[in-house]
Write a protein that binds this ligand. Structure first.
Ligand code: 13P
Ligand code: SF4
Length: 301
């Protein structure tokens, strides 16, 4: 029989024995986020942390594209994803053929690809971005138009911020596409004075109805600086769970949507990954160099 405490104890011991570290995305459940993670953050922070990690094994407590990005940056290390079926509606929302067609229709227009994508897609991309650096990445190109895929809403939100015209693809995050401006107005009526923070994967009309929009790391920075009395995080449920522990003076209003992919990762399968070495992420040799280049270009900005 397994208990949280037994799993945490085993994971802490196995990390030492195997010289392993655990990277955890902000959407992981509190027992993972606060209990066993060595590095926590948004997609950008996790990609950066993955550069030059001093460990033999890296366990990604997050979704598959995140583990792939870590593997691209650490080809000689073992990168484990505790459940290889932890996908993402954005990563699954576009194929290499779709991008090649967009490139054919828009010759010479650079392709900016959200990290929420497969290594194969990254390999036919000029530069990657995360929600934390999308504006900077787009501005760094110094062009009037870009192809920004796969997230249509992120592209529209960045178009709004930068004035750079976006050629988009109709893929969405299944968690953030469900929020509506009506819902936000309702919560403002129920909780007068509440600070509303959205993720840029939300539809533009939802972002417009908010006080601030940013990546999950930018959300934390905002709360850390502003210390709002009441906050509504228009994002995945575990964000509020994790932050309410760190900011006990702030009241978290919780209309949240669960990401079923993030929730595939559990203490039990992290433990089992460390015990069995399953599942190690591999990237086909013909994709590695080009996909890595797109990620490294982003990290250089
Ligand atoms: P960030 O943590 O980079 O904001 O990304 C959110 C997300 O949906 C990752 O899957
Ligand atoms: Fe993908 Fe959305 Fe889940 Fe993040 S929250 S992994 S973008 S489906």
């Amino acid at each position: 029989e397994q208990s949280y405490a037994a799993d945490v104890e085993a994971i802490l011991r196995l990390k030492k024995e195997r010289n392993a570290i655990i990277l955890a995305h902000n959407y992981q459940t509190p027992e993972i986020f606060h209990g066993v993670a060595d590095v926590k953050g948004d997609s950008l922070a996790l990609a950066r942390a993955a550069q030059g990690v001093d460990a033999d094994i890296i366990v990604m407590a997050g979704v598959h594209f995140m583990a792939e990005t870590v593997k691209l940056l650490n080809p000689d290390k073992t990168v484990l994803i505790p459940d290889p079926l932890a996908g993402c509606s954005l990563a699954e929302g576009i194929t290499v053929e779709n991008i090649l067609a967009l490139k054919r229709d828009n010759p010479g227009v650079p392709v900016v690809t959200y990290v929420n994508s497969s290594a194969a897609v990254k390999a036919v991309t000029d530069i990657c971005c995360t929600s934390g650096n999308a504006r900077k990445v787009v501005q760094s190109l110094g062009v009037p138009r870009v192809i920004m895929i796969p997230d249509e809403f992120l592209a529209r939100n960045i178009e709004q911020e930068t004035g750079v015209e976006m050629i988009t693809w109709p893929a969405h995050c299944e968690v953030h596409e469900r929020f509506t401006p009506q819902e936000i107005r309702q919560y403002r009526r129920i909780h007068p004075g509440v600070t509303v923070i959205t993720h840029p994967e939300c539809p533009p009309e939802v972002v417009e109805a908010a006080d601030f929009s940013g990546s999950t790391a930018h959300m934390i920075d905002y709360i850390d600086a502003a210390r709002p009395e009441k906050v509504l995080l228009v994002t995945e449920c575990s964000m509020s769970d994790n932050l309410s522990v760190l900011y006990p003076q702030t009241e978290f209003v919780r209309p949240c949507n669960l990401c079923p992919h993030m929730k595939r990762i559990t203490l039990a399968n992290i433990r089992s990954a460390l015990e069995t070495g399953q599942t190690a992420v591999t990237i086909p040799a013909n994709l590695q160099q080009k996909a890595r280049q797109s990620v490294e270009r982003m990290l250089a900005i």
